[in-house]
Design a binder for this molecule. Sequence first.
Ligand SMILES: Nc1ncnc2c1ncn2[C@@H]1O[C@H](COP(=O)(O)OP(=O)(O)OP(=O)(O)O)[C@@H](O)[C@H]1O
Ligand SMILES: [Mg+2]
Length: 233
Amino acid sequence: MAYIEVKNSYKRYQVGDTEIIANRDVNFEINKGELVIILGSSGAGKSTVLNILGGMDTNDQGQVIIDGVDIAQFSSHQRTNYRRDDVGFVFQFYNLVSNLTAKENVELASEIVKDAMDPLQILREVGLQDRINNFPAQLSGGEQQRVSIARAVAKNPKILLCDEPTGALDYETGKQVLQILQDMCRKKGATVIIVTHNTALAPIADRVIHMRDASVKSIKVNPSPQNIATLEY
Ligand SMILES: Nc1ncnc2c1ncn2[C@@H]1O[C@H](COP(=O)(O)OP(=O)(O)OP(=O)(O)O)[C@@H](O)[C@H]1O
Ligand SMILES: [Mg+2]
């Protein structure tokens, strides 16, 4: 059994008289420790999938099995625990708390779980050892995104979910952030799922799930993913 299995998952919205289908019969599997890219154009249903995987949203139908447990059956209390203990999120616009320093933003996450990592060590690992006492407004976009990755990783999550993590960053800074995410997989064995509309990122992934019109159009497994240092996009 794969580490993550999504089976026949649907998400629908009723807006007035119209039904909008955000996810239609979505099926895929992800193995533990993989770097996965969910690719697709705007409105394809990518964030919907990611939010359902992370317990930030629920599907209407279908199974979402994580490590042998169908989280689609969770009560809202179970979902809260799952979000807190098992999932790290990285967002396009960082979502840091503006009146807390880099270190305090990371502590916000590490303090709520049992087997958290040391905030200072993680900030060092993302290259921010000299910026730990800076506030978000004193950091560049790339530095803020590295704080947000440190915050997500501090909880030692089973899965790290990233929605357009390089969307607000320039090319070089984006590559640095992708490198950190790839290292999280390769060196720490984390399962990392990145949502993007940028097809040029596909070669770095172990698995690429291509979405279109609310459905999965193709799944490609890449036996030899490219190193980010040699990626051009
Ligand atoms: N709360 C909502 N109410 C109604 N429709 C919604 C809602 N959330 C999402 N949708 C619709 O579901 C579809 C999928 O949305 P989703 O956010 O998953 O797309 P996406 O692939 O992440 O797009 P983007 O790349 O623009 O972020 C879209 O058509 C969107 O308009
Ligand atoms: Mg989205």
